[in-house]
Design a protein around this ligand. Sequence first.
Ligand code: BDP
Length: 722
Amino acid sequence: MVYKKSVLYLSLFFLPFFLSAQKGYDLWLQYDAIEKEDIRSQYLRQINNIVPFGSGETVKVAVSELQMAFEGFFQEAIRESVAIGEHDIVLGTKENLPPYVLPSLELELSKINSEGYIIKRIRIGNTPVTVITSQSDAGLLYGVFRFIREIQLHNNISDLHIVDSPRIQKRVLNHWDNLDRTVERGYAGFSIWDWHHLPDLIKPQYTDYARANASIGINGTVLTNVNANSLVFSPHYIEKVKALAEVFRPYGIQVYLTARFSAPVEMGDLQTADPLDPEVRQWWKNKADEIYAEIPDFGGFLVKANSEGQPGPNNYGRSHVDGANMMAEALAPHNGIVMWRAFVYSEHDPEDRAKQAYTEFVPFDGQFHDNVLVQVKNGPIDFQPREPFHPMFGAMPNTPLMMEFQITQEYLGFSSHLVYLPTMFEEILDEDTYVKGEGSTVAKVIDGTLSNKKLTGIAGVANIGTEKNWTGHPFGQANWYGFGRLAWDPYLDSEEIAEEWLQMTFSNEEEFVEEVSDMMIKSREAVVNYMTPLGLHHIMDTGHHYGPGPWVSDLDRPEWNPVYYHKADSVGVGFDRTQTGSHALAQYAEPLREKYNSIETTPEKYLLWFHHVPWDYEMENGETLWYNLALKYQEGVEDVEEMVETWNRMEKYVDRQKFEKTKMLLQIQLKEAKWWRDAVLLYFQQFSKMELPDFIPKPEHDLEYYQSLKFPYAPGISPAWH
Ligand code: BDP
């Protein structure tokens, strides 16, 4: 008896924690009961039964998702029915809907693409119903998730008329997951792919992963690290990949693998991986056939070649085109694609690293096969808190270019800092390349409208791991969510996305949504300010990229050292990329070239990216560069202080676990923002020889102390780097 009591006591005690953890796990798919009776009854008046048409797996998961959502919202089971009645939710693809439903949808059906959907309130005779329809199964599921979202946002559904289609075709997550379950640049635990137990153990988490992705329209996942392991091509692993593909298929998600260029040699079959060697070409064809025999809807390969030590066609005196086209030929009969990365820079090339990808790839414009996408990081260096857009965007009108964003926060505070990345994604997508006159935005390059591209894509390096809430930081989920939403429509407003996510994840209360979305929107500028303001970049400590390391200068490759990027000296700081320097700005179109060539017309946010600026240079506010640098670092710290205060006011809206966790993480962020400010300013002061302005509190430690800090076990470094 006593024993039982204590069990009960314990379980009651732990229940709130368990529920909280579950809430973290449920991401933005929280189907919480609608407590306000007027809202609840209004919905119930317009939702009766579900009437599905079609019998595929996708229809089944769509119905069960709706049922799960309704049961959560209304705490009542919603029945499935075969005959259409008043206020029913009728769902089916165009092909499967009964013909008498179609006339009221014809116009909309002609407007959506193969993955789009329509949600429309219509009357069949005198019977009012809500129809969710599409051209394809995947579109139908997207429509169902959209309908659910409308309710999560407490929108009116009495007169729904939504017609929506994705603007980009391949909307893909890139997992930098290794087969040993470590995750390169992963800060949320280990890989969710339990390779050892696959294909026999199918974890419910795989389905929940697919649900989350489908709910935001992600339709592809690259399961493995770009620093690839050829073992994944063995029959043993293909079987495991197949098992995952089967879980994801009903959700419209294709699987892809990273292809290690030297696989034909490493798997012991051939002596060479030369892409022009007929045996090598045949090897890739056979491998593709073998994979497709098991996974008929396999997506294709992502390839990192001749980059950071990875093998590639250059090892055999061949070009990126030779390599990519060889794989493209192997995949083409199966409708597979190659995503060939443009992230290349060489230790043998003394040219500014920011120029190298463009120099190497742009001359190949138009030479890649139709099923090749060249995947380009958003900026010309490497996922920094702020970079100008990559000049390759717009410079290859005859080659499909795929955007690569990094959702995992390698250079932005890992999973300890609250940084809302869609603000940054939006900044890049909105940038004007001017290649076809004003309005030639990066978004138009990516969605193919600028140069009429047939194949389009966007990738995000995932921030997902085995942590209970998937992403470590509760707000990391917003970056996964926001990436998906922008991949669907790169013209969306990141603030609206933040508001949506907050309502779906936390609460619909206006005060909460307003204040916290504002905090999220400002969080990106905060991290830029306390890490790399005014165009500084890559001054993180090397290897793990955790914390400041502007002093690092002893690594073998020059461009692995932060001093290479800031070039501080007694005159000033910054990388001269104008005519007098590396002339990297020549890779941009006019009028950008002219604009960036002069200090006066370069936006201050890119100042030290393009110019080596004297410490006493007078900036827009009449103060010196040195003063302004200090000001930015201080602003960054104050921005975080404000975030802390905002969050503390939100306690009443948030479940305890998420509240406490975020609160503690914000304290870490504040501590680290101060660390950044003090360490970087003390370091640069050696060059500027100027006093720190009064508003900078006395640093807690001296420079030597900051330089002595070492973090050999900082997370995210995968064995690929050892
Ligand atoms: C760098 C990362 C490294 C990745 C590389 C890449 O530090 O871990 O392998 O990018 O994108 O930023 O290939």
